[in-house]
Design a protein around this ligand. Structure first.
Ligand SMILES: *[C@@H]1O[C@H](CO)[C@@H](O)[C@H](O)[C@H]1NC(C)=O
Length: 228
């Protein structure tokens, strides 16, 4: 039985895309002890799952509006958030500056040895790149946004933007392309981290077959576009 609680955070940036958040959170949480117990799965299988605790983080505790659906209710601010093992960042408006305190929160988190990985979905990577934490790394993002940014000079050139994959892992950074690629990234995270029998059962219950990183049908959006 895995008894040490694994702490996952979801960064709620203003106007985050609801599906960017819901897809990976739901997919990863489906492999948690709590959820599998609720599904009355075999105890031996539950024992292989992670005890996961979720934390929803914002600059204050006001509800955060998403692009659609209900507002996200933060459980913690940047200051009160417990030490995280993983952080998921769903995509916000990529042109918006990060809220006050967010840059320091991200920089501190990335520097912690106990922090294992940052998962970005869609424009989430463009947003957190403002903190300099993606400098020098190979990173995916929403291809439509990358294309528009490349044309206007808004692109952060310190990041090695990758235009022909649904997701990529570089060091502590796991990044996905547009929206649904976030679920493929989460599925890859699950494949790497969770028990094989558990993966198969969760996959069968969910009826979701993840896409690999390549081939990526949407790579065509960035053909001939200079990203670096
Ligand atoms: C999580 O599992 C439930 C079934 O228990 C399923 O309906 C849902 O689609 C799964 N979520 C994902 C993202 O795979």
């Amino acid at each position: 039985m895995i008894s040490k609680t694994v702490h996952f955070g979801l960064l709620l940036l203003p106007e985050y895309q609801w599906l960017d958040a819901a897809g990976p959170v739901d997919l990863i949480n489906n492999h948690s002890q709590f959820y599998l117990k609720a599904l009355q799965m075999d105890e031996k299988l539950v024992a292989k799952a992670w005890p996961i605790e979720w934390h929803y983080i914002s600059h204050n505790l006001e509800p955060v509006r998403a692009t659609s659906g209900p507002a996200g209710i933060p459980t913690h601010t940047y200051d009160t958030c417990p030490p995280l093992d993983y952080l998921i960042v769903p995509g916000p408006d990529p042109t918006a500056p990060l809220p006050e305190g967010c840059v320091a929160f991200l920089q501190k988190l990335m520097a912690q040895d106990s922090f294992k990985a940052l998962l970005t979905v869609c424009s989430g990577s463009i947003a957190v790149a403002q903190a300099g934490i993606l400098d020098g790394l190979s990173v995916c993002s929403n291809k439509w946004v990358l294309k528009n940014f490349a044309g206007t000079g808004l692109l952060n050139k310190k990041v090695k933007w990758v235009g022909d994959r649904r997701f990529i892992v570089d060091g502590k950074v796991w990044s996905a392309g547009g929206i649904t690629a976030g679920m493929d990234l989460a599925a890859e995270f699950a494949r790497v981290h969770f028990d094989h029998d558990l993966l198969q059962i969760v996959k069968d219950v969910s009826e979701y077959e993840p896409n690999p990183a390549q081939p990526d049908a949407f790579a065509r959006l960035l053909e001939g576009v200079d990203l670096n």
